[in-house]
Design a protein around this ligand. Structure first.
Ligand code: GDP
Ligand code: IMO
Ligand code: MG
Length: 425
C-alpha cells in the first residue's frame, strides 16, 4: 500500500482538518508528519466544533489509529490540553493514539526564545504563533534537541537543564520579554506525566510495517506549502518542510510509498502573520472576505489577511507537491460577490511572469481575470451537478488553468457540507 497525503497549497488554514476528518473513515491510520501546536485544524460535525493542534484529525473516527510522526514538534502542555478536550468530548483514544519516539519536544524556554527572537526582529517580525516552533526545529538541526524517547532516560532532567541553560545564555543577547519561565516549567513537567502514558513507537518501522500489512494511511499536513522553510516566502515561513517531501522525512517512508497527493486550496486566499501576499486586498472587498469567511486564526485568534485566489502561486505548489487531486474549500464565502477576481500572472519590473520570484517585491502587480459571481446561497446544493451555473464555470475555469482535477468542493464548515465527484470519491 501507499500513503496518501493531504496538504495545504497556500499559507495554511485551507480547511485541512475538515477534509482529513471527512476522508478519515476510508483509512486505517491518520498521521501528522510535521509542524506542531502552531497548527489549528478545525472540525465541525454533529453541531459541535473541535480544534486540534498536534493530534491528527482522524481522532474522532472510532477504530482509526492516529500517529504523531517523528517530524512533529510536541509541547506537552498543549498536548495535555488537547487530550482533556478529547476526554470532554468522550473520545476514547486508548490504543488508538501513538507518538513517534523521535519527535522533538518543545521546552518552555523554546517558547521564550521564540518571543525574544520576534521582539528582536521588531518591524520585520515573522508573526510567529509563538509556540516555540522555530527554536525547537533549530535545536533539532543543531543536534541539541530533546526527543520524546528521551523522557524515559534516567538523566532526562539533566539533559533538560543543559538545554535550558543554553537557551538562557542565548537570551542574554535578546530583548527581555514577559514570560513566567518557572511557572511554565512546572506546568510542563506536570503535563509530561500525561504524555508519558501515550504509547511511543518508532514511526519508521511502525508505518512501514502497516503498509506492508495492507493498511491504508493518510498523512495530514500542517501549515501550507507557501510556509515551507525551503520553498515558501522565506524568511516569512515556518521551520518545517510542509510539502510532500516532508512526509518521507516526518514519518520515515521512502518516496516511492507516496500515493495520492490531495492539495487543498480555498476558493480565495488568506495568510496570517507577516510576509508577502501578492493578491492581498486592503480594501472593503478584503474586509468582506474576512467577515464572510470568519477569517480569524484557529490557534491565535488573529485576523487573517485576505485576497483573491492566486493561480501562479497554486501552480507552483502543485508542482512542488506532485498534486494529483484538488479540493476547493470555502466556495460559499464567495456567494455574495457580484464579480470574482482570479490572479493569473504577476507584473514585475514591467514584465509579466507566472513564476513565483526569489523575493516577492512590495510593488508586484497582480494581473486578474474576472468571473461572474453566482450571488446565491449554496445551502440547498447537495451535489456537484447542482451548483449554480456561474459556480460551475468558476470551478471548471480553475480546474482547467491548474491542470489537476478538482474532486471535492466544500460549501460550509460542517463535515457534510461537501460536494464530491462520484467518479472519484
Ligand atoms: P486548517 O488549518 O487547514 O485545518 O484550517 P482552519 O481550521 O485553521 O481554518 C479553516 C476554517 O474554515 C475553519 O473555521 C473551518 O471550520 C472553516 N471551513 C472549512 N471549510 C469550509 C467551507 O467550505 N466553508 C466555510 N464557510 N468554512 C469552512
Ligand atoms: P495550519 O496547520 C496559518 C504562520 C504564522 C507565521 C509563520 C511562522 O492551521 O494551517 P511559526 O509559529 O510556525 O513560527 O509561524 O507561519 N503559521 C500558520 N499560518 N496556518 C497555520 O497552520 C500556521 N502555522 C504557522 O502565522 O506567519
Ligand atoms: Mg489552521
Amino acid at each position: 500500500m501507499n500513503i496518501d497525503v493531504i496538504l495545504g497549497l497556500q499559507w495554511g488554514d485551507e480547511g485541512k482538518g475538515k477534509i482529513v476528518d471527512y476522508l478519515a473513515d476510508r483509512y486505517d491510520v491518520v498521521a501528522r508528519f510535521q509542524g506542531g501546536p502552531n497548527a489549528g485544524h478545525t472540525l465541525v460535525f454533529d453541531g459541535k466544533k473541535h480544534v486540534l493542534h498536534t493530534i491528527p484529525s482522524g481522532v474522532f473516527r472510532s477504530n482509526l489509529i492516529n500517529l504523531v510522526g517523528n517530524g512533529v514538534v510536541i509541547d506537552p502542555i498543549t498536548f495535555e490540553k488537547e487530550l482533556n478536550g478529547l476526554d470532554k468530548a468522550d473520545v476514547d483514544y486508548d490504543h488508538r493514539l501513538f507518538i513517534a519516539e523521535k519527535a522533538h519536544l518543545i521546552l518552555p524556554s523554546h517558547r521564550l526564545l521564540d518571543a525574544a527572537n520576534e521582539a528582536a526582529k521588531g518591524k520585520s517580525k515573522i508573526g510567529s504563533t509563538l509556540r516555540g516552533i522555530g527554536p525547537t526545529y533549530m535545536d533539532r538541526t543543531g543536534r541539541n534537541g530533546l526527543r520524546i524517547g528521551d523522557i524515559n532516560r534516567v538523566d532526562f532532567k539533566e539533559r533538560y537543564q543543559k538545554l535550558k541553560q543554553k537557551h538562557l545564555s542565548i537570551l542574554t543577547s535578546l530583548p527581555k520579554v514577559d514570560f513566567d519561565l518557572d511557572g511554565e516549567e512546572q506546568k510542563w513537567f506536570a503535563s509530561l506525566e500525561r504524555l508519558r502514558k501515550i504509547p511511543q513507537v518508532s514511526s519508521e518501522y511502525y508505518v512501514n510495517r502497516l503498509l506492508k500489512n495492507g493498511k491504508r494511511i493518510l498523512a495530514e499536513g500542517a501549515q501550507g506549502s507557501m510556509l515551507d522553510v525551503d520553498f515558501g516566502t522565506y524568511p516569512y515561513v515556518t521551520s518545517s518542510n510542509t510539502v510532500t517531501a516532508g512526509v518521507c522525512i516526518g514519518l520515515g517512508v521512502s518516496p516511492d510509498k507516496i500515493g495520492e497527493v490531495i492539495g487543498i486550496t480555498k476558493a480565495y486566499c488568506t495568510r496570517v502573520g507577516g510576509g508577502p501576499f501578492p493578491s492581498e486586498l486592503h480594501d472593503d472587498v478584503g474586509e468582506l472576505l474576512r467577515k464572510e469567511g470568519h477569517e480569524f486564526g484557529a490557534t491565535t485568534g488573529r485576523p487573517r489577511r485576505c485576497g483573491w485566489i492566486d493561480l501562479p502561486q497554486l501552480k507552483y505548489t502543485i508542482m512542488l507537491n506532485g498534486v494529483t487531486q484538488l479540493v476547493l474549500t470555502k466556495i460559499d464565502v464567495l456567494n455574495i460577490f457580484k464579480e470574482l477576481n482570479v490572479g493569473v500572472s504577476y507584473q514585475i519590473d514591467g514584465k509579466e511572469t507566472e513564476e513565483v520570484p526569489f523575493e516577492i517585491p512590495n510593488d508586484l502587480k497582480m494581473n486578474y481575470k474576472t468571473y461572474k459571481g453566482w450571488e446565491q446561497s449554496l445551502v440547498e446544493v447537495k451535489t456537484f451537478d447542482a451548483l449554480p451555473n456561474n459556480a460551475r464555470l468558476y470551478v471548471d475555469a480553475l480546474e482547467k488553468e491548474l491542470g489537476v482535477p478538482i474532486t471535492m468542493v466544500s460549501t460550509g464548515p460542517d463535515r457534510v457540507e461537501l460536494l464530491t465527484r462520484p467518479s472519484v470519491y
